[in-house]
Ligand binder design. Structure first.
Ligand code: PMP
Ligand code: GLN
Length: 390
């Protein structure tokens, strides 16, 4: 009955582990969603929009007020100047923007460069479009590398005459890596040479720690010609269920993505667009407080994991910690089996990172687990208690 397009798909790991966490009463540090709401006035803005009659289809490309707010936000944080009429489009979350972009920018058989570990929807989108993934591995920190790093020869070899799209994610889920300017310049050079498009997924753009700086690739010299930036309101404003996403860049790129969008969802939810427009206009103090609060959560969970015997890898951005599990892993146990046991026997849900790899490279992270720290203090306290008993 199923088409070949979907027949190979299992249930998303996030759905599976969230369901298991409820079933076993586990502390859920798996799926990346906050267990608290975003700013009250933004929730109120959505309620006001509903009560004020913003309940019919929005303009397909995105409510003009939201597109204006996205343009103002891009100018405020990155000095980017965009025409909201032609250079910005709105979708149902970043997930839809990515799917639409893959549909709009590749033909069957074209190649898409993905960096492993990759956010899982990238590969599914590529597969549904009958494009071909080409993987480049981010390598874990080691004695000579303080951060996750790329092998340049492997990177260059991933580009061929068929490369049409390159998808990067910075700050990066699940590693917490910020791509450096030098890495981005090299990726950009290869993308330009291939005549491909660089899709930059920046949904964690406001989750950058320790005075680090998020470099928006589209703002590097020459990049605006071939870069499509994707982001969304889910993480930055703690309303992941609202699913308001956007993409920005050269008008031809945005128009192509919008062609797919008009037949995928046509428009994203109107009252939430109104509220996210207000959220993007929140003062700098909101974004500073956001980073401070997450810095505290990161520190707390990192200390609890370290105390419990995990080796926590550096996290410069996002709300995820990757940790080596070797001290607790049984012989022969891979990351999926370990995370299942951690959940069922010890009441802690974490995500096995091999789901962010192609099957041939999954074994590289069998000794790791991803822990989300977008949780309230009582939940983090409960996690620390359970970790202490391991
Ligand atoms: N990209 C990355 C890297 C993510 O982690 C996520 C999930 N939170 C998304 C995209 C999806 O974003 P949205 O909820 O806006 O669709
Ligand atoms: N991005 C979230 C994560 O990485 C999950 C989003 C989803 O479940 N689709 O945990």
């Amino acid at each position: 009955m199923e088409s070949a397009r979907v027949a190979g798909f299992g249930t998303s790991i996030f759905s599976e582990f969230s369901r298991l966490a409820v079933q076993h009463g586990a502390v859920n540090l798996g799926q990346g969603f906050p267990d608290f709401d975003g700013p009250k006035e933004i929730a109120q803005a959505a309620i006001d929009a509903i009560n004020g009659g913003v309940n019919q289809y929005a303009v397909g490309q995105g409510a003009p007020q939201l597109r204006a707010a996205i343009a103002a936000h891009a100018k405020r944080f990155y000095g980017q100047v965009l025409d909201p009429a032609t250079e910005i489009g709105v979708t149902s979350g970043a997930t839809e923007a990515i799917f639409d972009a893959v549909l709009a920018l590749t033909n069957p058989g074209d190649e898409v460069v993905l960096f492993e570990p990759f956010y899982d929807s990238y590969l599914a989108s590529v597969q549904m479009a009958h494009a071909v993934p080409r993987f480049v591995r981010l390598r874990a920190p080691d004695v000579t590398h303080a951060q996750w790093w790329l092998d340049d020869a492997e990177l260059a070899a991933a580009f061929t005459s068929k490369t049409k799209l390159v998808i990067i994610n910075t700050p990066h889920n699940p590693t917490g890596k910020l791509f450096t300017r030098a890495e981005l310049e090299r990726i950009g050079e290869l993308t330009r040479r291939a005549g491909a498009v660089l899709l930059s997924d920046e949904v964690y753009e406001h989750l950058v720690f320790d005075d680090g700086k998020h470099v928006r690739p589209a703002t590097l010299p020459g990049f605006s010609d071939f870069t499509l930036t994707v982001s969304s309101g889910g993480k930055s404003f703690s309303f992941t269920g609202w699913k308001v996403g956007w993409h920005l860049g050269r008008r031809e790129l945005v128009a192509a993505v919008q062609k797919a969008h008009q037949w995928v969802t046509f428009c994203s939810a109107a009252p939430f667009q109104a509220a996210i427009g207000k959220a993007l206009e929140l003062p700098d103090s909101y974004f500073q407080g956001f980073v401070e609060s997450y810095t505290q959560k990161r520190g707390f969970l990192s200390a609890a994991l370290t105390k419990a015997g995990f080796e926590v890898l550096p996290c410069a951005g996002t709300y995820f910690l990757m940790a080596r599990t070797d001290r607790h892993r049984k012989a022969g146990e891979d990351d999926v089996a370990f995370c299942r046991r951690l959940l069922v026997d010890h009441g802690i849900a974490a995500i096995p990172p091999s789901v962010f790899y192609s099957p041939e490279h999954a074994s590289h992270v069998h000794g790791m687990a991803r822990f989300a720290f977008c949780k309230t203090q009582p939940v983090l306290d409960a996690a620390a208690d359970r970790l202490a008993k391991l």
